[in-house]
Design a protein around this ligand. Structure first.
Ligand code: GLN
Length: 241
């Protein structure tokens, strides 16, 4: 029987700046290269939600975040239940901020998040823009790379832990050296780039978690020739900010 994964791409028409679609394409290809049947459903504003193994939400400017924040509130209970069922979420930047408790932009109302991550974000006076190298200790490759462009400063609380710690760059808030956030199988990060193409080890980590959620057992993924991906990864590692 073919392994299967269903991925929901949330609000791609609103949140997809800096090529964040590349994350969905990476998951798609890395599944197809392993003969894992992947279904990708786009969920836009007004569309009904349904159970999926993985969810992806990209980044966007404050304007688009306002519209998506309202829509997410309508689906808060459903998505919290999906988190409790160990569905895998990857949220980038603006999407990440909306999976937290709230995002306070420079101007305008505070945007309520859906609380999948115990984090809050407030717009800072500077914009963090540049290449990021961060370190991880739970993957075979010990670095994650990407490009950040945000003014939001994100602070983690409770059981929500960072994904990595910045070596070069600002990360969550430019102060505590943390980058991204994780609680259960919900992951948020400020790394655009897009993120997963240059970090195949993290993409496989997410695919493995999604298969474990769906089939209840840990599955070893077939190895792939990632020489091109790691050539791109190496081109960013420790690039000056
Ligand atoms: N508007 C948010 C900020 O500036 C998110 C930006 C983004 O998604 N790159 O922090």
């Amino acid at each position: 029987m073919k392994r299967q994964i269903r991925l929901a791409h949330l609000y791609p028409k609103m949140l997809n700046i800096y090529g964040d679609l590349g994350n969905v394409l990476t998951i798609k290809k890395r599944c197809e290269w392993r003969d894992i049947e992947i279904t990708i459903d786009e969920i836009n504003i007004g569309d009904p939600m349904s159970e999926h193994d993985m969810y992806f939400i990209g980044g966007g400017q404050d304007m688009q975040q306002i519209a998506v924040a309202k829509e997410l509130q309508k689906n808060k209970a459903f998505l919290q239940n999906e988190q409790n069922l160990n569905a895998v979420f990857l949220a980038i930047c603006g999407g990440y901020q909306l999976l937290g408790n709230y995002y306070q932009p420079h101007d305008g109302e505070r945007l309520e998040g859906i609380g999948l991550l115990d984090v809050y974000t407030v717009a800072g006076s500077n914009r963090f823009i540049g290449n990021v190298t961060a370190e991880v200790d739970y993957l075979k490759k010990k670095t994650l790379v990407g490009f950040e462009n945000h003014s939001g400063l994100t602070y983690l609380n409770g059981k929500t832990k960072p994904i990595s710690h910045v070596i070069i760059g600002k990360g969550n808030n430019g102060k505590d050296k943390t980058e991204g956030a994780r609680y259960k199988n919900v992951f948020g990060t400020y790394l655009h780039g897009s993120f997963l193409p240059k970090n195949p080890h993290f993409a496989d980590y997410l695919i493995g978690l999604a298969l474990q959620k769906k089939y209840g057992v840990e599955m070893e993924l077939e190895s792939l020739d990632d020489s091109l991906e790691y050539y791109a990864h190496a081109s960013v590692v420790e690039k000056p900010y």
